[in-house]
Design a protein around this ligand. Structure first.
Ligand SMILES: Cc1ncc(COP(=O)(O)O)c(C=O)c1O
Length: 389
């Protein structure tokens, strides 16, 4: 079959591939502990589900405006203004089926062929995939374990050339759980301003931070004029399957994103947007409970990994991933991830699924019970004790 040439540049997301393989093993009767997919294991809070059911009963089942249901956009504008300490208007908000289409549209709208886009590495693979798809060039920004998976501003400066178009920011970060500091964000923004660059900030883990409160680059005065900020419901409210994301951006960019939506999927699910309103304006206790539980699991996981011979793990400050260093085991990341799944039923991802600087690491999601995490740690330790690299 002959497909369009541009498709050869489109990448994928390792988590979905490993999940499919893990499910095959389970179908053959093998026990698998799922630590591969970045999906909270909690149910969507009941109050949110009830509002969606009522919205269906009330007939909110038709097309809605492509930029989103007006009341939902208003709620997002208010929520974003409050949580980031800024002042955004409804015209700056678009609602889309998840964070992914907002990322896609932002890159698609900004990156010309030959432009350079600075992407965190290890980093969320969809950024690289879409940049390549658009014919632009990915410039990896090395996130370093020594600084808890942040980056050095000198490294970032050295990456900027006359071709640089935009910088992708993701904090709290997938896959490392690293969190950028206010100083990091100010430095990024300073460089963006100096070199006239766009910033795309993926803030999907904004609600899932532990020791330190979340900081957004948007709160830096003036930042919103060159920033596309993206957040959504998938992770904080355990709503991955609902497909709800929102973006805050200059009005002209919001119009472009809306046009792309019209060409692609018309609008976001109408009744789901009523659930978004409830999620953002209703009680937040469930989010707090989920975050507290994630923190408990993180502590068990990090301690357990550091007790395994040959493995070390920094303490992630956000999201729900651990990113242990496995270089002392002698294994390559991909081999180890594959063998852990095939031989002892622990499904995790190779650090290289997140870019070349992910070599020497694995990524495990701790969206699973403490009991399963402990069992996975035991299997991992036993595997390393008995296997040769
Ligand atoms: C950094 C990052 N951005 C975006 C997404 C996708 O979010 P959504 O489900 O809202 O499309 C994920 C999901 O894993 C993620 O880790």
């Amino acid at each position: 079959m002959q497909f369009a040439d541009r498709l050869s540049r489109l990448g994928t997301e390792g988590a979905f591939e490993v999940l499919a393989h893990a499910r095959q093993l389970e179908a053959q009767g093998k026990s698998v502990i799922h630590l591969e997919i970045g999906e909270p294991d909690f149910d969507t809070p009941k109050n949110i589900c009830e509002v969606a059911k009522k919205a269906i009963d009330d007939g909110k089942t038709h097309y809605c405006p492509s930029a989103g249901v007006p009341e939902a956009r208003k709620v997002v504008a208010e929520n974003f203004s409050r949580t980031r300490g800024v002042n955004v208007a409804v015209e700056n908000v678009v609602i889309m089926p998840g964070v992914k289409p907002l990322i896609f549209n932002a890159i698609f709208a900004l990156a010309n062929e030959g432009d350079e886009v600075i992407c965190p590495n290890p980093g969320y693979p969809i950024y690289e995939s879409v940049v390549n798809y658009c014919g632009a060039k990915v410039v990896p920004m090395h996130l370093r374990e020594e600084v808890n998976f942040r980056f050095s501003i000198e490294d970032l400066k050295a990456l900027i050339t006359p071709k640089t178009k935009m910088i992708m920011v993701n904090s709290p970060q997938n896959p490392t759980g690293g969190v950028l500091t206010r100083e990091d964000l100010e430095a990024i923004y300073g460089l963006a301003e100096e070199h006239d660059l766009w910033v795309v900030t993926d803030e999907i883990y904004s609600r899932i931070t532990y020791e330190k409160p979340f900081e957004s680059i948007c709160s830096i005065p003036g930042a919103l004029k060159r920033t596309v900020a993206i957040d959504g419901m998938s992770k904080a409210y355990s709503m991955t399957g609902w497909r709800l994301g929102y973006g805050i951006m200059p009005k002209e960019m919001a119009e472009i994103q809306t046009k792309l939506a019209i060409n692609n999927f018309s609008c976001t699910n109408t009744f789901a947007q009523y659930a978004l309103i409830e999620a953002l304006t209703g009680p937040q206790d469930d989010v707090e409970k989920m975050v507290a539980e994630f923190q408990r699991r993180r502590d068990v996981f990090v301690e357990g990994l550091n007790n395994i011979e040959g493995v070390s793990c920094t303490n992630p400050l956000g999201a729900f991933y651990v990113f242990p260093n496995i270089t002392r085991t002698g294994f390559k990341s991909k081999d180890l991830a594959t063998r852990l799944l095939d031989e002892v039923g622990v499904a995790g991802l190779s650090g290289t699924a997140f870019g070349s600087f992910g070599e020497g690491y694995l990524r495990f999601s701790y969206a699973n019970s403490v009991e399963n995490i402990k069992e996975a740690l035991a299997r991992f330790e036993k595997f390393l004790a008995g296997a040769a690299a």
